[in-house]
Design a binder for this molecule. Sequence first.
Ligand code: UDP
Ligand code: MN
Length: 590
Amino acid sequence: MCLDMLRHKKKVLLLLLMMATGSIVYYLYTLKLERERDANISSTTSRLEREISELQAVFESEVIPDLGALGRPARGNWSDAELEAIGRSQRETGYNAWLSKRISAERTLYDMRHRSCKKLEYSLEKLPSVSVVITYHNEDASVLLRTLSSLRNRTPVLLLREIILVDDGSSSVDQKLNDFLQIKFLNMVRQHRIATQVGLMQARVVGAELALADVLVFLDSHVEVTKGWLEPLLEPILKNNRTCTTPIIDTIDYENFGYRRGKPSRGFFNWQFNYIQLPLLKEEAVAMPAPHKNPIMNGGLFAIGRQWFSELGGYDKGLKIWGGEQFELSLKLWLCGGQILEVPCSRVGHLYRDGKFQVRYTDKEKTKESRMISRNYRRVAEVWLDEFKDKVFANMPHLTVIPVGNLAEQRELKKRLHCKPFSWFLQNLASDFLNLYPILDPAEYASGVLQSLSSPKLCLDLNESRNDRPKLSPCSSDHIFPKPEQHWTLSNHRELRSGTYCLEVRNQGKDVYKFHCHGQSGNQFWSFDSKTRQVISGQMLDFRHCLEAQPKKNLVTSSVCDPKNNNQQWKFGYQNSQRLRHFWDNIKTQ
Ligand code: UDP
Ligand code: MN
């Protein structure tokens, strides 16, 4: 019994010993595992840190502190080599991308809202949250980063559900940029790439389909939002869910990124499908900064309910690349039971490219792209303008020969939503438009040749060659109905026009060029003084110059007006004296 107990004790001791050794071995083993894991974690952390700082070096190391702060023009004493790099980047992108890289993505902006806007208060819980949809094709990384940073810095977290960033088939995938965006914006930015470019309209529709919030905000990839930009855009949508709202669009300068104030306006298009801006109606100007009706949105920037956008079928699927989509969506919105309001308390800056720069969005030849734009225009005219399409086609006859594709779906939608005719749009939103751009054009102020009185054998010639300056050439024998390149009209819009080209002044009025008529006066405004016989550029008194013949060089220039200078005297083939007497009625000159 005793022995038995002893043997048993021994066994227990042995067992205990074994258990203790096991625990020690297990403990040491877990200790080792933990050490290894820690080592792994710290190596991953340091790898991540290294990666982050490498990416920061790529995208942020050239930033010069305070450059362009408060939206001031960014200036510096650049070396010759730097100036050359600036020139190169502007030729490539249409803006100073070299400088953009040196301006912080987080730069501050001056709050230029109307006083009363700053006092408005919103209860954020009541406002819907938004999905911001941005599409881009070959956008400069620094510009895109500034767009996103401005959104993050100036949008209440509660309202910004997500930013959907759609890369519309940019020529190459910038993996570094994609990684940097994920690190910098974490879950706020959702990226989606369309492998082959589909054009901004379809890319936006793809973005909208991914969106989760109740309201969609579409923005270009080169904008900066300002303080308090979003709340006032949402309030009108909350009141009426068929409302689309647009901010006032300020200008970001393409050379120095200075942020300049844009004017409140009512968008429209003229009979050549140029986007134009009409002044506010009197009662709207008085009610500023209350929201006012905006007949046609500018295109790049607007907020709209997701449901309403989808009921409208998004954009017409037949529209390609870009052009005309803002007309299509705006007309559809108004005619099918919605409205567009411009909200002056909301301001967003847009980087307009250098006007001389021609964006090329397709890899194919330029003609292909302009054919797409013409096709888009024709689709809009065919579906939405009813009999008024003839007015557009009369100005742009080439539209009628471009294949327009299938319109059945658009016509079906128009029927399904009981959309009103275009005449309703003109009657309700465009009383002043029709005065400026009448359906029946009144007679011109003058037409025929423009003959130089100092060298009467020479007439102004459009210069059909590729040259972008007009010239002087021997006058046609018929001064009233001359050959087309010498046929000029001082048009009802006070432009000096030959076909679709207009004369315009550049370089502070000193140089004369020919360019597509833009219908916006400005540098294409011309008048004729029947007494001094001068052909004068510029609407405002302080900025006027006179067209001057340079007979020795067969050229025309523009200089300070001098009634005694023979070279500044001209004669039209036909002058409508009656109309010329009223040329300046209701026209601002200072
Ligand atoms: N864009 C696009 N796909 C295209 C053409 C343009 O996603 O095929 C984008 C472009 O990067 C920009 C927006 O659409 O963010 C509007 O184009 P753009 O700024 O050229 O128009 P604009 O402001 O000059 O009228
Ligand atoms: Mn743009």
